[in-house]
Design a binder for this molecule. Structure first.
Ligand code: PEP
Length: 251
């Protein structure tokens, strides 16, 4: 039984006051046992507030990014150990904005995945092709390379220790989501790959879809057989919209 996981990636948005208002509103909306795992990814400056306001609630939280070394001379970085120490549960690894704006490659992303796991965090590994790759029929080739490099040295004993987010780059922040049938086809291919690499644990890893998910289209994705949740950017900035999206995972 794969519990749906719906995550809010705030990216570089919100002040402290806006974050607190958001947490209060979401806590008003969400019942004690929501039936779906809700994860908030605030920017690093607001992680302390997530810890303060969400601890003991049904909502968990994580970091959008962290450096794989536990400590050291890495000015401006925050380590996986530091975010785990604060109480984070999840770490986004390989988001397309980290890959394309900040030049992160599959090798660094793999280090982050392994370091996150060692620190007790659950990585949400984002994979996805560019529009030109899809148009050229190379979407799976790209995603398969991202998976095999990032997970090369990972051994997975329990499916809850990893989440994959399939996020076609051309669908992120554009208002143009993937076609549900294409998202399902990719999620099924990812699941097959995970089952081959990790056996039973791999076949039960949760797979999210991300890319222009909104309240209006959430059900189209969240009811697909191999999609177990969503990673939501823009629409997650509003707690009411985020909760509406999450409820679509309940069927
Ligand atoms: C994301 O940031 O991962 C994302 C999918 O953004 P959006 O929902 O805005 O497309």
């Amino acid at each position: 039984m794969r519990v749906p996981i719906v995550a809010a990636n705030w990216k570089m948005h919100k002040t402290a006051k806006e974050a607190v208002d958001y947490f209060r509103r979401l806590l008003e909306l969400v019942p004690g046992r929501p039936g779906v795992e809700l994860v908030i990814f605030p920017p690093a400056t607001l992680l302390f507030l997530a810890q303060k306001h969400l601890e003991g609630s049904p909502i968990v939280w994580g970091a959008q990014n962290a450096y794989p070394e536990p400590a050291g001379a890495f000015t401006g970085e925050v380590s996986v150990v530091q975010v785990a120490d604060l109480g984070a549960r999840y770490l986004i690894c390989g988001h397309s904005e980290r890959r394309h704006i900040f030049g992160e490659d599959d090798e660094l992303i793999g280090r982050k995945v392994r370091a996150a796991m060692e620190a007790g965090l659950v990585p949400i590994l984002c994979v996805g092709e560019l529009l030109e790759d899809r148009q050229a029929g190379r979407a799976w080739e790209v995603v398969e390379r991202q998976l095999s490099t990032a997970l090369a040295e990972v051994s997975l004993t329990a499916p809850e220790r990893l989440v994959i987010a399939y996020e076609p780059v051309w669908a992120i922040g554009t208002g143009v989501p993937a076609r549900p049938e294409d998202a399902q086809e990719m999620a099924a291919a990812i699941r097959g790959w995970l089952a081959e690499k990790f056996g039973k644990a791999g076949s039960s890893v949760r797979i999210q879809y991300g890319g222009s998910v909104k309240p209006e289209n959430a059900r189209d994705f969240l009811t697909l057989p191999d999609i177990d949740g969503a990673l939501v950017g823009g629409a997650s900035l509003d707690p009411d919209k985020f909760w509406t999206i999450a409820q679509a995972a309940l069927g």
